[in-house]
Design a protein around this ligand. Sequence first.
Ligand SMILES: Cc1cc2nc3c(=O)[nH]c(=O)nc-3n(C[C@H](O)[C@H](O)[C@H](O)COP(=O)(O)OP(=O)(O)OC[C@H]3O[C@@H](n4cnc5c(N)ncnc54)[C@H](O)[C@@H]3O)c2cc1C
Length: 335
Amino acid sequence: MLTDNYYMILEKLDAVVIGAGPVGLACALEIQRQGLTVVVVDKGALVNSLVGYPTQMEFFSTPELLEIGGHPFPMASYKPHREDALDYYQRVAVAEKLDLRLYERVIGLRGQAGDFVVETAKGEIATRAVVVATGFFDVPNLMNIPGEGLPHVNHYYKEPYAHADREVVVVGAKNSSAKAALALTRAGARVTMVVRGPEVAETVKYWIRPDLLNRIKEGRIKAYFNTTIDAITPHSVEITTPNGPISIKADYVYALTGYRPDYSLLVDMLALPLNENDPALPPIFDVTTHETARPGVYVAGTVCGGLATSRWFIENGRHHAQLIATAMTDTLVKA
Ligand SMILES: Cc1cc2nc3c(=O)[nH]c(=O)nc-3n(C[C@H](O)[C@H](O)[C@H](O)COP(=O)(O)OP(=O)(O)OC[C@H]3O[C@@H](n4cnc5c(N)ncnc54)[C@H](O)[C@@H]3O)c2cc1C
């Protein structure tokens, strides 16, 4: 049933970009520069994933490697923080006069190349082509253990200040866990890390890993390696260490065990075929055009890697925009 808030764009657009992340914005502005009409739809805020990152998070990339559409990202310091990047992408979106539909979740896609209807929670948009740039940050990898849904258990880490003088368990030992454990400790929390593997991941950035190893060595951060979590209760985490089961006190738990693309969106709602021969289950797409096995639908950015969430990031994913804009223009102009 149609409500007052429900709308339909009946005049067919050339393209709809799903996802207002850095790569979705890059795609939209390149498509627009080809003289095509485009809107960007996002279920949340502009650059929603970055909004969800920890406050003051420092990017590992230097600013010029995060630039899109040739817009300079001037910085006095070496590496941008989350707030610098939020500012930058917002300014680019405004400068390019992108047509944004924020807080509007895409829930389906009907039709075929040249004649699609994008279904959103607020309406329907007719379009010739679609770009899926939905990233991977919306679905956490769950541990599937009792107590994981308790209110003091988080899969996203924002900032440490509420946790001074509290017992905090951090699960995992990759970049996000390492950074969170260090920040929490420095803000006065008593941190215990629970790590499935034998050591702090080798992939932890070279300027963070020694800091964490030294804090563990001096006993400021407690760490259990080769350890699994069996359950979480309102006040404890039950673990199995190589020396047997232990119960550790926990006022807060950060299970920073990574994220995965939203496969219900990709497969059930957008009907994108996946590459079953690749264990990372990425969507099938042509690497020269980024068009998927569903003609007229393109993929861009981190979503292209499927479960291999570090295969594509902003630095390399932003270049998908030109490939897609060129391929789309060729197809739409020929049609
Ligand atoms: C902590 C952290 C630090 C990082 N640091 C760096 C770095 O220094 N350099 C670098 O290159 N990369 C970095 N990355 C990786 C990079 O930030 C991400 O890969 C980047 O956000 C990817 O951009 P994207 O546009 O592909 O996807 P995203 O930025 O994730 O954008 C996807 C968008 O799609 C929207 N969306 C999802 N589902 C729907 C739906 N159903 N309907 C509508 N909209 C939807 C989301 O709300 C989101 O806004 C970092 C990642 C993390 C987690």
